[in-house]
Design a protein around this ligand. Structure first.
Ligand SMILES: [Zn+2]
Length: 469
């Protein structure tokens, strides 16, 4: 009897952990941290299953809500291998090194101010744990670069990676196992990108007959406007704020969103759609990740690859764009007159340097905040998005007077139509389990899937539930 148990990223968008039990083996899809929820610290300190009972991990991509608990998994006794694409491995290492750096600072702060319980004043995982973790990684290529080969990850269970088009290295996982001499396939979309995003391939459709599909549903209830239109709107917003010498604060994930925005703005400037104005990417992590992007130019789509091959024109670097690493350089932006744009993390405005930039700019109506990604419940970003008049930033309240521009179209997630289309193209589908979505989004998507695929059973999985297959 095969089953899938959802330990996170089910009924919510963070903490993805799906345990697949097939052929007598226990395979974990992703091992991410919970973010934004009130009891998040506690939930990220332990597992609802014994780590040493897991035979192998397969990682869809390197966002922390999918890989952030891997160092703890190893520290708590997991001894198996972790399979991912090679770009995901490289990006995950940078993300996790950054994460433990922040954790060490946090712990130091709590120790200094005697906050929390004594064991909360020590970092849960350190750089040493990340180094240890990286020894467990084994990279596998995308099926398209690998003659469509299967790779056995534990006895009787094989996998294949298809491009998910979400961020560099992101993969749709197809897992094959045998039961009573019959082969079965399960697929997991991880996070899936929209079509036509710069830099990346479009999501690929697995060729296999897939009985059970674990599908993300982040934007299950919306339709993105076409990217072309979104670029025009972005150009208009930038011109408007530049004309009044305002500062544009763009909270963005260091991984994925930042590189996509830099690429789009580069193209807008080159085409003359917007003036040349100063842009700062204020995040050491985003700077590091951008370097990893350059190292993995082989996984880009054809259009971008052509750009990378031109010596004089680098997609992620151009005149008037500066990558900022040090705190001093970051602070120097406080005194700088607009117009300029600062792209900084975290994407949901809960922590990081972007909070300082918001403190400095959000109460002036000449300035603007560009929201370019999903804002989960409970985050500062969600409150601003919901029209909060005042907002708390590092313990102090600020009136929100900056103009707000919303660009969901730059999201790295597929919308409702694309998700339904994707499911329709899968052969042999019997079951869809919707994951990685809040209830309203997933329910709307389930309705649409019910209309499009009446013979397929679609469930919305809650945390802690098990699907028997
Ligand atoms: Zn993601």
């Amino acid at each position: 009897m095969a089953s899938i148990t959802f330990f996170g990223g089910a009924g919510s968008v963070t903490g993805s952990k799906h345990l697949v039990e097939v052929a007598g083996k226990r395979i974990l899809f992703d091992c991410g941290t919970f973010q934004g929820l009130p009891d998040v610290r506690e939930r990220n300190r332990s597992f609802s299953f014994p780590p040493d009972s897991i035979d192998a991990v397969v990682l869809s991509h390197a966002h922390l809500d999918h890989c952030g608990m891997l160092p703890l998994l190893v520290k708590r006794g997991f001894v198996g291998k972790i399979f991912s694409t090679s770009a995901t491995k490289d990006v995950a290492q940078r993300m996790l090194e950054d994460m433990v750096g922040i954790e060490a600072q946090d712990a130091e702060y709590r120790a200094l101010h005697h906050l929390g319980s004594p064991d909360d004043r020590e970092p849960l995982v350190t750089l040493k744990d990340v180094t240890e973790l990286m020894l467990h990684f084994e990279s596998l290529p995308y099926a398209r670069d690998d003659d469509d080969a299967w790779h056995e990850i534990v006895e009787g269970v094989s996998i294949k990676f298809y491009d998910a088009g979400h961020i560099l290295g992101s993969a749709i996982i197809v897992l094959r196992y045998e039961e009573d001499g019959v082969a079965h396939c399960i697929a997991y979309t991880g996070d899936m990108g929209p079509k036509g995003v710069p830099l990346l391939h479009d999501p690929e459709i697995p060729k296999e007959e897939i009985e059970v599909l674990l599908m993300e549903s982040t934007y299950g209830n919306r339709a993105h406007i076409p990217l072309k239109q979104a670029k025009i709107e972005l150009a208009q917003a930038i011109k408007k704020v530049c004309d009044r010498n305002g500062v544009m604060v763009v909270p963005a994930f260091s991984l994925g969103r930042t590189q996509m925005l830099v690429y789009i703005i580069h193209k807008l400037i080159d085409s003359g759609a917007i003036p040349r104005f100063p842009i700062y990417v204020d995040s050491p992590l985003a700077t590091d990740i951008t370097e990893v992007y350059r190292d993995h130019a082989d996984v880009y789509d054809t259009e971008t690859r052509a750009d990378f091959e031109r010596e004089d024109d680098r997609p992620l670097a151009f005149r008037n764009l500066e990558y900022i690493r040090t705190v001093q350089e970051s602070k120097a932006l406080n005194g700088k007159k607009g117009p300029f744009m600062v792209i900084s993390a975290s994407g949901m405005m809960t922590a990081g340097r972007v909070v300082h930039h918001l403190r400095n700019t959000i109460s002036n109506p000449n300035n603007a905040v560009f929201i370019t990604g999903y804002q989960a419940r409970g985050t500062t970003g969600r409150m601003i998005l919901s029209g909060a008049k005042n907002i708390e930033l590092h313990g102090e309240w600020f009136p929100v007077r900056s103009e707000l521009f919303l660009f969901n179209e730059f999201s790295a997630h597929a919308d409702q139509g694309q998700l339904v289309d994707f499911a329709k193209q899968i052969k042999g589908l019997k079951n869809i389990a919707l994951v990685h979505g809040e209830e309203q989004e997933a329910k709307m998507l389930r309705e649409k899937l019910g209309e499009a695929l009446p013979s397929v059973a679609t469930t919305y999985s809650h945390e802690g539930t098990t699907l028997s297959i």
